[in-house]
Design a protein around this ligand. Structure first.
Ligand code: SF4
Length: 273
């Protein structure tokens, strides 16, 4: 019998499914298959928030024996609604990662940049070290010779207050400048208010969604993605304008891979119609 690719894939999927099902059925029948408790002692729930991105989902952390065992979304929290993205769930692994950076590291004297040879230092030593170098630069070249770049929710201190106190105007948030800042500024000037994190639009009741250069689904902004998925589940039509076949484009009813830089022409054409 001639086996074409489509039929081969279909058959393979069916046999893998059958094996998996048979294995699962056997496991369910086996007396030792009763799920074992993953914990030995008392499980405490500690409420906090996830800091793996700026969405800041509320989390319910399961702690047993002084160790975090699991991280769930906090049900009452509007940023997570009881769910987390994979990055948030991986917070346990991040917490106990042997390579997690917990203390300052200073490059070993005599080693070259890029060699990756460091020694651990106390915070006091590290801060003194940085302060000393900064003062040397200030003395030699002036305060503006130090430039500051920040990103994320904690960057205000680093990019706004510290350079101002230090006397350098050279502070920037490059990632924000090419991302949300133009949108927020345009919205402020046009509508009198910024758009904000989770756009105040009726996602779930939307019948027709147009995304222009918006890679929703790849940045896992938790509740935004939940609403987006819910809108699609309810039958909303989706148009994605993106030269790249993004995750959202893969869900779209129409994917418009226009040439970069022609989005204004597209919008003007739509307005004209
Ligand atoms: S979206 Fe994901 S990474 Fe960001 S705060 Fe929520 S769970 Fe954490």
């Amino acid at each position: 019998m001639k086996l074409d690719r489509r039929r081969f894939l279909k058959l393979s999927a069916a046999s893998v499914g059958a094996v998996a099902f048979a294995g699962r059925a056997a496991a369910l029948r086996a007396p030792w298959a009763v799920p074992r408790k993953w914990y030995a002692g008392e499980v405490r729930t500690v409420f906090s928030y996830c800091e793996n991105c700026f969405w800041k989902c509320g989390i319910a952390v399961k702690v047993e024996g002084g160790r975090v065992r699991k991280i769930d979304g906090q049900k009452q929290n509007p940023k997570s609604r009881g769910r987390l993205c994979p990055r948030g769930q991986a917070g346990v692994a991040q917490l106990y990662d042997p390579d997690r950076l917990k203390r300052p590291l200073i490059r070993i004297e005599g080693s070259k940049r890029g060699e990756g040879k460091y020694r651990e230092a106390s915070w006091e030593e590290a801060l003194d070290y940085v302060a000393e170098r900064m003062l040397q630069i200030k003395e030699r070249y002036g305060p503006e010779a130090v430039a500051w770049f920040g990103h994320g929710s904690g960057d205000s201190w680093f990019v706004e207050y510290l350079p101002a106190a230090w006397g350098s105007p050279n502070a920037a948030k490059p990632a924000v400048s090419i991302c949300t800042a133009p949108r927020e500024t345009a919205s402020q000037w046009t509508f009198g208010r910024p758009v904000g994190g989770h756009e105040p639009v009726d996602w779930t009741e939307s019948r027709y969604i147009v995304l222009i250069g918006h890679h929703i689904g790849e940045d896992t902004h938790n509740t935004q993605l939940q609403d987006f998925a819910e809108a699609l589940r309810r039958g909303a039509k989706l148009v994605v304008v993106d030269p790249r076949f993004s995750t959202a484009a893969s869900k779209a009813h129409r994917w418009l891979p226009i040439k970069p830089g022609t989005d204004l022409a597209l919008l003007l054409a739509w307005i004209h119609v």
